[in-house]
Design a protein around this ligand. Structure first.
Ligand SMILES: [Zn+2]
Length: 141
């Protein structure tokens, strides 16, 4: 990682601190062009917005998919204070961003939390009803 990239990652960490100061969980992210120009910044706002999806990475991925053409999105890098969660990683993949650089890993994050604070996925069942479920998809692509 270059010195300029460390500056961008430090800005994402500062955004995380700003989120905490504002009463939200301490996570921040930004999206930058290849030359390091910041296009957009976001802070976690899950508590103040009462929105479980208001992670900064997801907000930036939605912004990029809406505001950038695919070629431009592919040249961007997201700098984020923590490794994106599964929800955000999926949105980042769908948005076509070029790269993600993070500070804390998910493992490091969990080590900083009190025991029992890691979110768990609910039990899931499937696949089922294949013959019926495939009907709305046939011919779509
Ligand atoms: Zn997330």
């Amino acid at each position: 990682m270059t010195h300029d990239e460390e500056k961008l990652l430090r800005r994402a960490i500062a955004l995380a601190a700003e989120a905490r100061t504002g009463g939200d969980p301490p996570f921040g992210s930004l999206l930058a062009t290849a030359d390091g120009t910041i296009l957009a910044e976001e802070r976690n706002s899950t508590l103040t917005d009462r929105d479980i999806t208001a992670h900064p990475e997801l907000k930036l991925a939605r912004w990029a998919a809406r505001e950038l053409d695919p070629a431009a999105a592919a040249t961007t890098t997201m700098y984020t204070s923590c490794q994106p969660c599964g929800m955000c990683a999926g949105a980042i993949a769908r948005s076509g961003l070029g790269r993600v650089v993070y500070a804390l890993s998910v493992e490091q994050l969990h080590a900083l939390k009190p025991p029992g604070r890691a979110s768990a996925e609910p039990p899931a069942e499937g696949p089922a009803l294949y013959a019926e479920a495939r009907v709305p998809l046939e011919g779509y692509w």
